[in-house]
Each structure stands twice: as structure tokens, then as C-alpha cells.
Design a protein around this ligand. Structure first.
Ligand code: FES
Length: 138
């Protein structure tokens, strides 16, 4: 089996799909090569991510990684969410095939992009906090 049970589960039954209308931060990231796009919505209260939803137009691994990423950051502080790496998402899913690692980078960057938007809305320059948002290259 190429995909773990967890990947298949989060692909067929993704958590936190949808939009948050009054989101405090919205991020979007795409990958020019595969054409996949991820949109991430965050609700943030006193530095805590109280809700996270996503919409992913993309491959199964992109759906599974964005689903897992929202699960991993919900209820966590912004600082913890900023520490979320694609490796942590892959690990939580019990692994991904090498050719699908870039999908997890998309999920990591979608979270960062939404946090970046959150700071911008607060009138705070996100760059020193969030860093540059990078499109995964492969
Ligand atoms: Fe591009 Fe999965 S193939 S995000």
C-alpha cells in the first residue's frame, strides 16, 4: 500500500473543510507545477487559534495534509502554529510517498500564509514573524 491508513482516512473524510466567513486570517497558496491550490481560514482569539478550516483544490495528499494541518493547529497558540512544519504533518499522517512531500509543504505554507494575513490585518508587518511564504517548487 502506497498510502497510510491515516492519509486515506483524511482524504476520504477530511476534517475542517469549508470557509470561515468572519475569519481573522485567510491564506492561499498554490503550486504552479501541479496547479493545486489551498485556501486556509483561521479564527484567532487572544493568540489562540480557535478554529481552522480549509478548501483544497488539489490531489488527495493535498487534501489529507491540509486536513491534518488544521487538526494540528486547532486550539494551539500562534507560536505553535508557526512551528508547524511539513515534516510534522507528514509524521502525523504516518508518512507520504516522496513524490507527494510537496503537498505537505503546501499545507505548511497555507497555515503561514493565513497567519501572515492575520498580522497584516492587525497592522503588523508579518515578514519578521512569519517569514516569506514560499511556493513549493516541485
Ligand atoms: Fe500538487 Fe499534491 S500533487 S499538491
Amino acid at each position: 500500500m502506497m498510502y497510510s491508513e491515516k492519509v486515506l482516512d483524511h482524504f476520504s473524510n477530511p476534517r475542517n473543510v469549508g470557509e470561515i466567513e468572519d475569519a481573522d486570517g485567510v491564506g492561499e497558496i498554490g503550486n504552479a507545477k501541479c496547479g493545486d491550490i489551498m485556501k486556509m481560514y483561521l479564527k484567532i482569539d487572544k493568540g489562540i487559534i480557535t478554529d481552522a478550516k480549509f478548501k483544497t483544490f488539489g490531489c488527495g495528499a493535498a487534501v489529507a495534509t491540509s486536513s491534518m494541518a488544521t487538526e494540528l493547529i486547532k486550539g494551539k497558540s500562534i507560536d505553535d502554529a508557526l512551528k508547524l512544519t511539513n515534516d510534522a504533518v507528514v509524521e502525523a499522517l504516518d508518512g507520504l510517498p516522496a513524490v507527494k512531500i510537496h503537498c505537505s509543504v503546501l499545507a505548511e505554507q497555507a497555515v503561514r500564509s493565513a497567519l501572515s494575513d492575520y498580522y497584516t490585518r492587525q497592522g503588523i508587518d508579518p515578514l519578521p514573524i512569519v517569514g516569506e511564504i514560499k511556493e513549493p517548487e516541485e
